[in-house]
Design a protein around this ligand. Structure first.
Ligand code: UDP
Length: 331
C-alpha cells in the first residue's frame, strides 16, 4: 500500500514511517519542518520505500498530487504542545483547522482513506475518568488560549466525521493521549523529554503546580502500531478511538522515577502554573484513557510500560547529548 504521512518528519510521523518501512510499505512524508526535523528521518532517506517532501500541506497543487498517489493519508501535521499553543494560538488554530480541511477536501475528491490525529485535549477539563469517546466535553472560556487547541482539534474531528456521514469518505479519528518516546522534543512543553534532559544535566526538575496531576504515558511504538491497525481495519471507519497508555502516574512521581533512572542529583523544583504558562492556566488534573473501544476493534493494549518509556527516552537523550543520536527505529 502507498501511504502519505503529513507531518512525516515529526515525532509520531517518523516512528510511523519506521513501522511502515519495516512492513514493506511505500511512504511519502510531507513536513514543513516547523516542529518536525530532518534528523528524525535521516536514517530513512536511503530507503527506496521512503520519500520526503519538505513542504507545507497547504500547498494545494502538491497535496492533490500526493493524495492521488496514495492509498491512505495519515494526517499528523498540526501545531502541538501546550507551550506552543499558549504562546502561538493563531498558528495553532489556523494550522490545525486549515490543514485538516484541505486534506479532507482533497482526499474526498478521490475517496481516499484518511486517519485524523486528534488529541486527549479534546476532553477538556472533564473530571470523569477514564475518558470515554462518548463523554461530554467541558472547556474553559475562549479568553484562555489553552482551550483553542482542544476546540481546533474538535473541529477537525467534526469535519472528518461529517465527510464520512455526508460524502462517505472513509475517515477514522485517533485521540492520542500523552505519547512519548525517542525523538520527542521537550521544546514545546512535553514533560518526559524535559525532565530527562534536566535530570541528565543535574539541573532542577521543574514540576508544575504541586505535581499531583496525573497522566498515562504511551510509548510511541505502541501508538504507531495502533494507528496502522486503525487505518487498515474496515470496521474502524467513521469512528473515534482513544489511543494511549494505562499506567497512571503523578507528575511528581514521574520526576522521582526519572531522577532514579538517570541516577541524577537534580532537585525537584515546584513551579506555579502562572509562571510556567500564563496567568489563570488550568491544567488537567487526571488524564486517563478508556481503551475498551480500541481494544474491541483492533485488539490494542499498550505493551511497553512506563519504565521502558523512560529507559528509551534516557538512552536517546544521552545519545543526543554525546552527539551520537541513534535515530533508528525503536520497539
Ligand atoms: N509538566 C511539568 N513540568 C514540565 C512540563 C510539564 O510539571 O516541565 C506537567 C504539565 O503541567 C502537565 C504534565 O506535566 O501536568 C504533562 O505535560 P505535557 O505538556 O507533557 O502534556 P499535557 O498532558 O499537558 O498535554
Amino acid at each position: 500500500m502507498k501511504w502519505l504521512i503529513t507531518g512525516g518528519a515529526g515525532f509520531v510521523g517518523s516512528h510511523l514511517a519506521d513501522l511502515l518501512v519495516a512492513k514493506g510499505e511505500s511512504i511519502v512524508a510531507i513536513d514543513d519542518l516547523s516542529t518536525g526535523s530532518t534528523e528524525n528521518i535521516a536514517h530513512l532517506r536511503a530507503s527506496k520505500q521512503f520519500r520526503f517532501i519538505p513542504d507545507d500541506v497547504t500547498n494545494t497543487f502538491l497535496l492533490r498530487e500526493l493524495v492521488d498517489e496514495a492509498d491512505v493519508i495519515v494526517h499528523l501535521a498540526a501545531a502541538v504542545g501546550v507551550r506552543l499553543v499558549v504562546e502561538e494560538p493563531v498558528r495553532t488554530i489556523t494550522t490545525n483547522v486549515g490543514a485538516t480541511e484541505l486534506v479532507l477536501k482533497t482526499a474526498a475528491k478521490k475517496g481516499k482513506r484518511v486517519f485524523i490525529a486528534s488529541t486527549s485535549e479534546v476532553y477538556g477539563k472533564g473530571v470523569r475518568v477514564p475518558f470515554n469517546e462518548e463523554d461530554d466535553v467541558v472547556y474553559g472560556p475562549s479568553t484562555k488560549a489553552r482551550w483553542s487547541y482542544a476546540a481546533s482539534k474538535l473541529i477537525d474531528e467534526f469535519l472528518g466525521l461529517s465527510y464520512w456521514k455526508e460524502r462517505g469518505l472513509p475517515v477514522v479519528v485517533g485521540r492520542l493521549f500523552n505519547t512519548v518516546g525517542p525523538r520527542q522534543t521537550g521544546r514545546y512543553g512535553m514533560v518526559i523529554p524535559r525532565f530527562v534532559r534536566q535530570a541528565l544535566a543535574n539541573e532542577p526538575i521543574t514540576v508544575y503546580g504541586d505535581g499531583t496531576q496525573s497522566r498515562c504515558f504511551a510509548h510511541v511504538a505502541d501508538v504507531v502500531g495502533a494507528i496502522h491497525s486503525l487505518c487498515v481495519a474496515k470496521e474502524t471507519v467513521g469512528r473515534v478511538f482513544n489511543i494511549g497508555g494505562t499506567e497512571e502516574v503523578t507528575i511528581v512521581d514521574l520526576a522521582r522515577k526519572i531522577r532514579e533512572a538517570t541516577r541524577s542529583k537534580s532537585e525537584l523544583c515546584f513551579v506555579p502554573y502562572e509562571k510556567a504558562y500564563e496567568e489563570g492556566f488550568e491544567d488537567i488534573v487526571r488524564r486517563v484513557p478508556d481503551l475498551s473501544r480500541i481494544h474491541a476493534a483492533i485488539g490494542y493494549s499498550p505493551s511497553r510500560p512506563l519504565e521502558e518509556i523512560i529507559r528509551d527516552v534516557v538512552a536517546h537523550e544521552r545519545a543526543v547529548a554525546s552527539g551520537s543520536a541513534p535515530l533508528a527505529a525503536v520497539g
